[in-house]
Design a protein around this ligand. Sequence first.
Ligand SMILES: C[S@@+](CC[C@H](N)C(=O)[O-])C[C@H]1O[C@@H](n2cnc3c(N)ncnc32)[C@H](O)[C@@H]1O
Length: 281
Amino acid sequence: MPPVHAPPYARVILEHLRGGDFDLSQLFGRHIHWGWWERAQDGDGTLPDFEAAAERMCHRLFEAGGLRDGMSVLDAGCGFGGTTAALDARFQGVSLTGLNIDARQLERAREQVRPSPGNTVAFVEGDACAMPFPDASFDAVLAVECIFHFPDRQRFFEEARRVLRPGGRLVVSDFVPRRAFAPVLGAQDLLFGAYQRRISGFVDIRYPLERYRALAQRTGFTPLAERDITANTLPTYTVVRRLMPRKFGTQAALSMTGLLTLELVTRLDLLRYMILSFSRC
Ligand SMILES: C[S@@+](CC[C@H](N)C(=O)[O-])C[C@H]1O[C@@H](n2cnc3c(N)ncnc32)[C@H](O)[C@@H]1O
């Protein structure tokens, strides 16, 4: 398995946030994920519009997993705790845990997220592929736009199954390539991977839907929902493309190369943005 490190972009974002960067706090200060718009033409390119869309993305994930009041939920790869905060605001009587490999991001999450009365929130440092939780601890596990950083999807699914109670839900959002395109991404990674990893860290977006289905079967999950929401995420690129070069300084070229490649293959329908949910057998 590749070594487990926090992605370098998270450090850059944190430095800006600590310096009081208002734009970046609107873009990635709460959520570090793409937005969701009802129709692609609804995006107006502004930061407040993006912020609202990033919050809506969480709600689409909660729906896909059938989350309810009273559940115990793990937000794996929780970033700055934005999804945990959205869970706290949406549900009552919930016990929420955010897990992240990066202590510095967790520090910000603890500062930002205070549980509503009747809910509990804990943030825990650890690897989503070797979770520091007992068996059958949760009713739902979420992995919001982070599974591509995990060193091994199979290990993550095995761990998610272990910590979920029977009938529990696993909800993942991921960049999912068309099957025939996955090897091209592999070649692209061989050519440019080392260069792009300097800002993105370890990333693997070569996992097509067919592999997810086989993985679910192998690890004891039944697929519940497979939602292609690519069109709903497209306005994200306008906003992120505009801000990225200004924020990433000397690393702007690196981040732009990765971002433009992602946008191009997404617009060509070679890579889809999907929400996948599963029920633990
Ligand atoms: C794109 S961010 C998404 C953050 C958050 N889920 C959100 O939507 O705002 C990816 C996150 O995955 C975390 N991460 C990467 N590898 C991890 C691992 N092996 N275990 C736990 N978290 C990990 C990173 O530190 C980062 O916070």
